[in-house]
Design a protein around this ligand. Sequence first.
Ligand code: GDP
Ligand code: MG
Length: 165
Amino acid sequence: MKPLVAIVGRPNVGKSTLFNRLARRRIALVEDIPGVTRDRHYWDVECEGRFITIIDTGGFVPGEKDSLLQQVREQAQLAVEECDAIVFVTDARAGLTTADQEVAAYLRQSGKPVVVAANKLDSESQLVQAHASEFFRLGLGEVFPISAEHGLGVGTMMEAVVGKL
Ligand code: GDP
Ligand code: MG
């Protein structure tokens, strides 16, 4: 079994964008179970010299009876139960939100290896201006500035992920 790495975070932070970027080097589709786990996507990728399975934990369904926060929490729980490491994606332009803090608290007490990605930092100047340092307050260690859209910082972050496996 390859190590499982889940991409978690509240909606719209760029989880699927990151997943697609990593999956561009995909080897095979492992499993895709729409409905059951609400469009979680599993792909095998080679990342920094390691073969891993990445999981996009998408799955926020607007208008469902569960609140956004409940659904995000549920996805984080599934990830913790199932995975060997977690990429916790945040939106560095939007800054820290309650949902981020909720998920972080859950991830901290899970004891699973977590890497925090401060996403949407598309340029050097944004890197300086953004809220990246806020995310240190989540208490999950180093924060990796990335641009999932442009691929910036993604390699360095994934090196850290693979280093925790
Ligand atoms: P998800 O809900 O967490 O899966 O987020 P998506 O991957 O669907 O992205 C949500 C929005 O953020 C989309 O409009 C993306 O184009 C945008 N986005 C994702 N990554 C980046 C990034 O690195 N930079 C910028 N500027 N936008 C991004
Ligand atoms: Mg998504």
